[in-house]
Ligand binder design. Structure first.
Ligand code: TEU
Ligand code: CA
Length: 554
């Protein structure tokens, strides 16, 4: 395996709209990020991924781009972006932007020109079909509900959008479109970006010809998963993109990939893979249902463990996964993966260590380092996220009462992680002096950065220690490259694994509130991290406290 500069890094995702507002308009912005770079540097993270801040109508919070070469004025200016890249560089940090090229915005000039002249150059940038009264070109259901086809304004055609109708899909079969994408990527890399997180990329390949599949809900439509399953050869586009862009710059790229087949892993993330890394979503998709969020099954500690180990086994030493417990599309990891009623500093730290010590590149989502929790949602009117609104409708249509539907979708709402970052116990959690664009979690008086940064025992300090451990020259080689070997995999509510190397480490977490005894295969040499002050018993037989996690040098 070829060593790369990003292997030993720690990444951090910023959701700009909710990170820090520098000018009191209630919207986080790039100057706000710049003013918090020292906070991030102190934490120890190296790579900062920014969710989109390009010009956008924000129909899907920036994942609908109307100009790839400009910053949305709500987030700042191009000069601010250049300043951020330069200030990050001074601190040996790298900036990743979000590459959203499965689709653009319907307010992008390409789309406007396609409406003016569907037979012309820009018509070819999209998937257009002649409109036939009463029949859609295919019966696919978009990710955000409803058919993927809508009328192309002012024409007798329809266009494809696998996400929202304000996110028309770009036609990757068209070489001219691909050239535009590569030009854009290189333009940004020339500005000194470290690379990109690559959005929804698996959707760029559509089966040809496109066809309908058996409907799976009352709406007569079918899951988009059908077309993804049938699509072939996405690798031709991905390989071309790699060669024309990232590879030339030795840039880091992390793909949002959901459905690779086991034998495709080397193609995706092996040496010379399409991407440097891809996210592990095995835990996040666990329990999901074709019917909708309301029907999702909760995940147990044993399921969580098995999902992590399955991903690790699948990838082995072929490449590097990017490990997360949450992101801007998911509920907060501590609210999801810790059994109800048990969410506390100890369990949050346990989850942090178990996830962070997996083989791969750790990604921390803003506020995760503080143990931020799901947003309490008391009415559907408080919700901004388009996906939550759709799933709420789906739940109602399935017969749930409004209360039941709200409860069901609250658990998975994308707003859970999008509420403003909790900086302090000042009004609005110190996020803004104005009115925040989205409700602040009322628990900010207890959970905030100001209260945690100076406290050795806080969740923040625990994350800081985890990051420092990963960088410690004595352990770095093992933590970055050492093989992961599960231990006691069948034991209930216990997650343990070795990271093999010189030295070998053992990570063990008691994933329950009750004590649990373990007998180590051999006496350990040193406790590297412990979320409790003491370590009970002698050095082989250990009684773990509830949610105790240990990182041991063996
Ligand atoms: O998400 C892609 C994705 O696969 C979605 O199914 C996502 O899981 C879903 O929105 C959850 O409700 C990416 C972005 O991360 C997301 O924020 C965007 O909305 C989406 O692409 C479209 O750009
Ligand atoms: Ca602002």
């Amino acid at each position: 395996m070829v060593k790369k500069w990003w292997h030993d890094k720690v990444a951090y995702q910023i959701y700009p709209k909710s990170f820090y507002d520098s000018n009191g308009d209630g919207i986080g912005d790039i100057p706000g990020i710049i003013s918090k770079l020292d906070y991030l540097h102190d934490l120890g993270v190296d790579i900062l991924w920014l969710s989109p801040c390009y010009q956008s109508p924000l129909a899907d919070q920036g994942y609908d781009i109307s100009d790839y070469y400009n910053i949305d004025p709500r987030f700042g200016t191009m000069a601010d972006m250049e300043c951020l890249i330069a200030e990050a560089k001074k601190r040996s940090m790298y900036i990743l932007m979000d590459l959203v090229v499965n689709h653009c915005s319907d307010e992008h000039e390409w789309f406007r020109k396609a409406c003016e002249d569907p037979e012309g150059k820009y018509g070819g940038f999209f998937y257009l079909r002649d409109k036939k009264e009463g029949v859609l070109p295919t019966n696919w259901r978009s990710y955000f509900g409803g058919p993927v086809w809508d009328d192309l304004p002012g024409t007798d055609k329809q266009y494809l959008h696998v996400f929202h109708k304000k996110q028309p899909d770009l036609n990757w079969e068209n070489p001219e479109l691909r050239e535009e994408v590569y030009k854009n990527i290189n333009w940004w890399l020339d500005k000194g970006l470290g690379g990109f997180r690559i959005d929804a990329i698996i959707n760029i390949k559509k089966p040809q010809p496109m066809r309908s599949y058996p409907p799976d809900r009352e709406d007569g439509l079918c899951s988009i998963g059908n077309m993804l399953q049938e699509a072939r050869n996405v690798g031709e586009f991905l390989g071309e993109m790699r060669d024309r862009t990232f590879k030339k710059y030795d840039a880091f790229s992390v793909g949002e990939v959901f459905n690779e087949k086991p034998d495709e892993i080397p193609d995706f993330i092996g040496d010379n893979g399409y991407f440097s890394s891809m996210f592990d979503f095995n835990e996040t998709i666990f329990g999901s249902s074709q019917k909708g969020w309301y029907d999702a099954a909760p995940i147990t500690p044993d399921d969580y463990k098995n999902c992590c180990f399955a991903s690790q086994a699948k990838v082995g030493d072929i490449g590097f996964l990017s490990n997360i417990i949450e992101n801007h599309d998911e509920p907060r990891g501590v609210s999801r993966y810790i059994p109800k009623g048990d969410c506390c500093d100890e369990s949050k730290k346990m989850l942090a260590a178990l996830n962070f010590m997996l083989r791969g590149i750790p990604f921390i989502y803003q506020g995760q380092e503080l143990g931020m929790e799901n947003l309490p949602i008391s009415s559907i009117d408080e919700v901004d996220d388009i996906s939550t609104h759709d799933e709420y409708r789906v739940a109602l249509a399935a017969g749930l009462s409004p209360e039941e539907a709200l409860k069901a979708v609250s658990a998975y709402s994308r707003d859970n992680a999008r509420s403003p970052m909790q900086w302090s116990d000042e009004p609005n959690a110190g996020f803004t002096t104005g009115t925040p664009w989205l409700k602040v979690n009322p628990n900010y008086t207890a959970i905030n950065a100001a209260a945690q940064t100076g406290n050795e025992d806080s969740v923040y300090s625990f994350y800081r220690k985890l990051i420092a451990l990963r960088k410690d020259p004595a352990y770095k080689e093992t933590i970055v490259y050492g093989a992961l070997e599960p231990l006691w995999q069948d034991r209930h509510n216990l997650m343990a694994y070795y990271r093999k190397g010189n030295p070998t480490l053992l990570v063990v977490g008691n994933y329950q509130g009750d004590e649990q005894e373990i007998v180590l295969p051999a006496a350990y040499k040193k406790v590297l991290l412990n979320n409790y002050k003491d370590i009970a018993e002698n050095q082989e037989r250990i009684t773990l406290h509830g949610y105790q996690v240990l990182i041991l040098e063996m």
